[in-house]
Design a protein around this ligand. Sequence first.
Ligand SMILES: [Zn+2]
Ligand SMILES: [Zn+2]
Length: 133
Amino acid sequence: MTDDVVPRPGPRGPDPDCELCAADRFTHWYSEDDHCWVADCEACSVPMVVWNDHGTEPSEAEIEHMMRSLSSAADARFGPGRWKIDRTMRQVPEHFHAHARDDQWWSQRLTRPLSLYSGVGGERVEHRMGQQH
Ligand SMILES: [Zn+2]
Ligand SMILES: [Zn+2]
């Protein structure tokens, strides 16, 4: 693969121990641009927007941009009005990110099949339970 993500250095630069800076591509990626990327969270299986910079204080304009990117991913996944933005940063408090959660995310987080990375913005493909490959 030649398209490994190289984090854009922010004011503090990428943190080698930060999983969001690493930006590993395991799950479905909805979009990416110069400010952020949107992919399914590996823990919650819902869309999550992640700032390209390691830090907690993006500008208002960047936050607006990120919420727009997250919204289009969540609308496509759940349908408009069927999800809410959650900006609480539980697992990685040092790196700005936000989840789009539908009503069922909590009850289904362990049983929902995880999506697979299949290129940015492509069709969303899920692991099938009990099936090889
Ligand atoms: Zn980071
Ligand atoms: Zn999550």
